[in-house]
Structure formats: C-alpha cells, structure tokens
Design a protein around this ligand. Sequence first.
Ligand code: GDP
Ligand code: GDP
Length: 437
Amino acid sequence: MSIPTIALVGRPNVGKSTVFNRLIGERISIVADFPGVTRDRIYSTGEWLGKEFRLIDTGGIEMTNEPLMDQVRFQAEIAMDEADIIIFLVSAQEGLTDADEEIGHMLHRTKKPVILAVNKTDNPEQRQEIYDFYALGHGEPYPVSGAHGTGFGDLLDEVMVQAPSDSSDTEEDTSIKFSFIGRPNVGKSSLVNSILKEERVIVSNIEGTTREAVDTKFTSQSGREFTMIDTAGIRKRGKVYEHTEKYSVLRAMSAIERSDIVCMVIDAETGIREQDKRVAGYAYDAGKGIVIVVNKWDAVDKSDNKFEEFTKDIRAEFQYLSFAPILFVSAKTGQRLNKLPELLEMIYDNRHRRVQSSVLNDVVSDAVAMNPTPTDKGRRLKIYYMTQVAVNPPTFVVFVNDVELMHFSYERFLENQLRNAFYFEGTPLKLIVRERK
Ligand code: GDP
Ligand code: GDP
C-alpha cells in the first residue's frame, strides 16, 4: 500500500463535496464524463507535489432510512475502517455544533491520524473563529475555504507529513495483484476460497499496516506470486453500512485501484445487471487488466447453446471490453478455476510488454497505408511518430500535426492495429495524442 487513502468526514453542509472537488482539482474533469460510478464522486484520486493520494467523500454514502445522526456516525465509522488519514471538516460559518462534537468523540477512538480543517474560513476576520475548534481535542485547526480555494496547500502538506510511510514500499512488490469484483452474491468469497483450495499453496495473510484490509499472497504451481486483494465486504461482514450500495461500490473501487487485473464476476444464473456495467466501467477507466469471470456455471442448464449465447450477450453489453477474455467457472465444483492463474499471468505479461519504436512505426505506416488518415476542411491528419512511454497498462504517445484532426474512430482503428500486431489480450491500451509543429 503505497498511496495513502484520505477520508473526509463531517456533518452535512460543512462543505465536504466542495472541499472534495478542491482537493482532487482537475482530476474530476477527466473522470466526470464517464457514466455511473465516477460521477458519484465518493472516491477519487488526487495529487499533491507529485505524490498521489486517494480521497473518499463519506458524505456521498447516504443511508436514506436512517436518522441523520446515525448516518453521520456510519460515515465516521467507514472513514475509520477505510482510510489511512482522516480530514475532520467543520465550518467557521456555523461554528462548533453538537454534531461536530459527536463526530469528534468518535474519532478519538481511532489510532489513525485525524487532521482538523475549518471550512468556510473565507476571510481574515473568520480566522479568529477557528480557535473555538481546539476544544474538539484534535489538535491545530487548519483554516480552508472550499469556496475560494484557499488553505489547501498547508492542509495537504500536513496530510502528507502524517501519511503513514509503509516499509513494504521500499522493496518492490512484483506479485500479480488481482481482485474479484461484482454484485453481492455472485460468488466472490466462494471464488476466493476455491482458488486457495485449488492452488494448494502456502498462503500468507498480509495485515495492512494501517488499514484493516487483509490481502492474501500465494504462489501458483508455476511459481508466480499473486496477491489477492480483499474486496467488497468479503472479510468484513456484519457492519451496519455493509449492505448499502454505495459502500459496496466504494469497496470495489478501492480494490480496483490496488489491482493490476480485475476479475469481474458475473452470476451465470441471474445474468448481467446495470451494477455490473458500472463497476466494469470504472475498472476500464482506471486502465486495469480485465477478465470476465462467469461464475456458477455448474448451475446452468447447458442443453442449448448456452455458452455461445452468454458469450454473445457479454460482448454486446460490454463492447468496450472486447479485449477481455471470458472464463466460465464454478466456485462450487472448481471447474476451470485452475485456468485463472495462467490467464492472469498472461495478462500481466501483456501489460508489461514493451514494443520498440521502430517496430511500432512500421505498424503505424502500414495502418495509414491501409486506412488513410481523416481530413477536415481540406486538412489531413499527419502522424509523425508513435512511441511507447509506459507499461501496466501499455501507454503510447502519438505525435500528430493537429490533435483536432484525430477522430475517436481513427484512434480506435490504430488501437486495433496495435492489438493485431502485438499481443495485448486482457489489457486496455492508452493512446495519448500530442501535437508537434
Ligand atoms: P456537504 O453536505 O458537507 O457535502 O456540503 P457541500 O459541499 O454541499 O456545501 C454545503 C454548502 O456550503 C453549499 O451551499 C456550499 O456552497 C457552501 N460552502 C462550501 N464551502 C464553502 C466555503 O468555503 N465558504 C462558504 N461561504 N460556503 C461554502
Ligand atoms: P459474494 O457475496 O459475491 O461473496 O458471494 P458468495 O461467495 O457469498 O456466494 C453467494 C451464494 O452463491 C452462496 O450461497 C454460494 O454458495 C453460492 N455460490 C457461489 N459460487 C457458486 C457456484 O459456483 N455455483 C453455485 N451453484 N453456487 C455458488
């Protein structure tokens, strides 16, 4: 765990959403046009002085049928469970309230660092108000204004100072990190248990240094190391908020962020649902490798062309995941589960494939010869050069005469040509278009 997770906690209306947006800055515009999950803005990533962090807005997790104070309490609990650092937000405009004190008490129970931020400190006079908040017993209050965007530098400096440094950061972890993601009851925990039985391996649980998450490390029969990332409630059953949809989405997103490859589990008995698509969309958006795992295959009546039908349905519903292999398994009988580690190894290797620029540019020339570049108002797109700048996922920069001339469909075409020429099954590719005059 190298990237710290920060949670924003505070009673309603202190300005959590506003501050959330300030903290993640421009990142939001990158993800905002993606349907579903990311628009909920309960979980995102940001950067401060070149260091990445994850941010949770627990205020985004609503339990509509619960009394307000219970909701606030649950949100504080989620923060204490999920985050490495907590930003406790209060408001200079409304001053210290009972709800603030209640949250303050709860946060005294956690061993995690709590940083007190006083929002709505819009002008110097209001700075006098912040001293009242010392009474909460959470140290020095940091004045910020979500509305004006002031004070966040000092706040983030402090967050980074208090961010737990993880000793495991120093030695690089090259294990293949993967997780099972999916709706409740699709069989995620059954799959986890079945895999461990199947692999008959030495398992070591790694206790997160600061978080309660428990990941499982194992070595496959072929000798590769894997880390199975703890997902949605698998090991944390029995919390009140566990069954809220947003919480399960939050857990899923957190697992996705920490994985190289995401196994998206679909229940063969109940088929594809809207929630499956949202989670898959997030994994794709985050550039993760993806395997579509159809579980409970034992329970399906296979008289007709079930296999073909299911494959067709998945391809139709997840058109942007055409690169993702589909595996039909049963956690109950163990059917085909032994194929999963080798599939993950293959995808991991594909994600780390490096293609030489000379070879890459041969492919580009051939592509352009086959399908001429688009034109607009008499000007034609010129592709000068393509080069791979990163792996995991494979990322390419393509230099062109005018970025406006690069259409989405042509980008897709180039991506397909790369896929035809090199072996990238199971991973999204990133294409960055840059202008060179
Ligand atoms: P949340 O319920 O904690 O997520 O709070 P919101 O972010 O929705 O903000 C609640 C209200 O406070 C909104 O009307 C915001 O415009 C306002 N607000 C947020 N930040 C500031 C600030 O820094 N100064 C002032 N004056 N108002 C703010
Ligand atoms: P989770 O909520 O996604 O972790 O799902 P669970 O692993 O708790 O499984 C939910 C239910 O589906 C349980 O009753 C399991 O026994 C059942 N189940 C899980 N995998 C299979 C499978 O491969 N075949 C069948 N028939 N049932 C399964």
